[in-house]
Design a protein around this ligand. Structure first.
Ligand SMILES: [Zn+2]
Length: 686
């Protein structure tokens, strides 16, 4: 077929609007790479050079588009036009607005113009990243607004109360006790959050949606006339350099400008190494000093954010309504299940998934596992993840009604092997194209499939699982937890982890330990290492197998060192003129023990109740309060032993900022009695 050239000026316009992105690549795969391509006539009439009839398509999609018959289900004209509109909106409109705002703030002299060029690329990346959300298990990314459920934010009470002192940076880890449960935090909407004239450290556990939340903020503010949002995703290559360069450039902002003219969004403090974290902290300190605007920094819980002094906020857990809305959207995008979201959430609760429904990642995993016939309930988030991956690998591929055209001879096992190998060799979830393809080529050769095109294999893996998906210049793991988990699996299966002598104390090491038959030794080492807390937290929080006594001893040693007891007081019966029930009151520097499984918490009570040391006292207090919060009782022998040690069933455990528990609440023979008793459960503040 001969193609008549489109007039030059119209070509220029199309190229400018699309910035050489193929709208079908974008619409189907979220792929916004610059492509070699051509301008297509959407109505197949080569003389119709109306702007609305033209689109820039990559060579592959142009051929596909032109070769289809009018009956074929392929790339219909309207669908392609819709993709085109989304693409233009994404890369072009917002970008020029950002450019204008940038030049206004930073000046349009030579240096300013040069900076603007660099900034354009930065903003281009950010607009791309925030355009869609890749859900685990989804064939293609979904447009951002179709899936995102705006969450609420937990913040400390307004200024000028005890807040300032409580929020000094040196004491950060201890404050995790406040995590979403404390009475003195309040929940606010995103709008209220944006209105606050404060920087913020956004903390929460893995999978709570910190990145998506930050993307939401970017999307909300990029349209505003008077605010320039800048998104720095630390796990991306050169991100720290970009951050430093931006902060440096902020010195050019005219002093007369209003303070809040830029909003710096920095994602993933925990995802870079120690040296880079130091640089990020320093850059943010400088940014604060330059008074160019606010910053929001995201980080996982239990990481130390050095130097920076800013209020902490946390994403609130999903309410029941949020859960139903999320599941409804998930199901509607998802060919496999056609069911009422309300019913699905209830069934997940009945099947023991209740504690996994509080935030997006685990809820997604629970939905995926829900599609399988298994009735067993995973004991931890990591096991749920394992189960979900198994479902993706074995069951989905076989379901006939799933629209997943297979283009290679790979089976589920092969695909997961390739995924694990890429995960293992990549430190960052962001994998350069060349590297991903090289690893895939090697694995294909080992699988005796050296004739399969690695690129095709990677695209198929992306379509089947939605775990490793195309991104600018390469591929990206949609979630860091999944990336680390796949890497940890290969690490353990290959035997390399068992031979490791020196560990890097991060989540990946933690997951690997969880996959071992016995994690005692790794956990002991983590607790003894100065920076081992993030890994120890993962191991304890994911129901790893370990020797209870050895680990309890390691915990006692951990909290006995470096003044990790922040507060301790024990009152007994004998003390005269005490109007309170006998009690232990106090705080430890960190509350990660609350993540432990219930068996270990029970053991802590049993093992520590008669030790009579500050640390042992407080470990019992944390364990007892956590069990009470979970509405669980102690085992019989444990209760007997604790009663003998504390002498009275009204003995009370108090951790400021958390609920209080009396020993009798945990009495295994008093089933449910306490639910109806109001008096002693909530003691008023002293
Ligand atoms: Zn394309």
């Amino acid at each position: 077929m001969s193609r008549i050239a489109v007039p030059g000026d119209i070509q220029d316009q199309i190229v400018l609007l699309s910035r050489r992105r193929c709208c079908i690549c974008f619409g189907l795969c979220g792929d916004v790479d610059v492509k070699a391509g051509q301008i297509a006539h959407l109505d197949h009439d080569n003389n119709n050079n109306d702007l609305d009839n033209l689109a820039f398509l990559c060579l592959l999609h142009h051929d596909q588009y032109d070769s289809q018959t009018s009956q074929s289900k392929g790339l219909r004209e309207n669908e392609t036009k819709r993709f085109r509109t989304e693409l233009y909106n994404t890369v072009s409109v917002a970008l020029s607005l950002s450019e204008r705002k940038f030049l206004e703030l930073f000046g349009n002299d030579n240096e300013g113009l040069e900076l603007a060029e660099w900034f354009k690329r930065l903003q281009d990346t950010a607009l791309t990243l925030t355009a869609s959300v890749q859900c685990l298990g989804m064939r293609t990314p979904l447009p951002f607004d179709s899936i995102y459920q705006p969450t609420r934010i937990m913040v400390a009470p307004d200024e000028d109360e005890t807040g300032t002192q409580l929020y000094a940076w040196g004491d950060r880890v201890s404050r995790s006790i406040l995590r979403g449960r404390a009475f003195n935090e309040q929940s606010i909407s995103v709008d209220e959050f944006l209105e606050r004239d404060q920087d913020a450290l956004i903390l929460s556990g893995p999978g709570w949606g910190k990145t998506t939340f930050l993307h939401y903020i970017f999307r909300r503010t990029v349209q505003k006339d008077d605010l320039l949002p800048v998104l720095i995703t630390l796990r991306r290559p050169n991100a720290v350099d970009d951050l430093e360069k931006y902060v440096q450039a902020c010195s050019r902002i005219q002093k007369k400008q209003h303070r809040a003219c830029t909003l710096l969004l920095v994602d993933g403090y925990d995802e870079v190494n120690t040296d880079q974290r130091r640089r990020v902290s320093e850059a943010l300190l400088q940014y604060q000093a330059r008074r160019a605007g606010k910053f929001y920094l995201t980080c996982r819980e239990y990481y130390q954010i050095s130097q920076i002094n800013a209020p902490e906020v946390r994403l609130e857990a999903f309410t029941r309504d949020d859960q139903v809305r999320f599941v409804r959207v998930f199901l509607s995008k998802f060919a496999v299940i056609r069911q009422d979201a309300e019913v699905v959430v209830s069934q997940l609760e009945e099947r023991g998934f209740a504690e996994f429904l509080s935030h997006p990642l685990l809820l997604t995993l629970a939905c995926i596992v829900r599609t399988s016939s298994t009735s067993a309930q995973p004991r931890s988030g990591l096991r749920l993840l394992q189960r979900a991956l198994d479902v993706l690998r074995f069951q989905w591929a076989e379901q006939k009604n799933i629209d997943r055209q297979q283009s290679t001879p790979l089976d589920g096992r092969d695909r997961v092997t390739i995924l694990k190998n890429i995960a293992f060799t990549a430190k960052s979830p962001y994998v350069l194209r060349q590297r991903a393809e090289e690893t895939t080529r090697k694995q294909l050769a080992l699988l005796a499939m050296d004739k399969v095109d690695p690129r095709q294999a990677l695209m198929e893996i992306a379509r089947f699982y939605g775990i490793l998906v195309p991104a600018e210049d390469g591929y990206e793991f949609v979630h860091r937890t999944i990336h680390d988990f796949l890497a940890a699996q290969l690490w353990v299966e290959s035997g390399e982890f068992a031979q490791q002598v020196k560990y890097e104390w991060n989540a990946r090491t933690g997951y690997a330990a969880c996959l071992m038959r016995d994690a005692t030794d790794v956990l002991k080492q983590a607790l003894a290492a100065p920076d081992g807390l993030p890994a120890a937290t993962e191991i304890i929080g994911n129901s790893a197998s370990f020797d209870l006594r050895t680990v309890a001893d390691a915990l006692i040693r951990y909290f006995s060192a470096n003044s990790r007891v922040l507060e301790h007081e024990r009152r007994t019966h004998d003390e005269t003129n005490s109007k309170y029930a006998p009690r232990i009151t106090g705080r430890l520097e960190s509350d990660f023990i609350r993540l432990a499984n219930s068996r270990f918490l029970d053991f802590i009570v049993e093992y520590c109740c008669d030790k009579n040391s500050r640390v042992a006292d407080l470990l019992v207090a944390y364990a007892a309060i956590e069990l009470y919060e979970r509405r669980l009782k102690l085992m019989h022998q444990t209760y007997e032993k604790a009663l003998a040690a504390y002498k009275t069933e009204t003995f009370t455990f108090v951790v400021p900022g958390a609920k209080q528990a009396q020993l009798q609440f945990l009495n295994p023979v008093l089933q449910n009695r306490m639910k109806d008793v109001k008096g002693p459960v909530i003691e008023t503040a002293e």
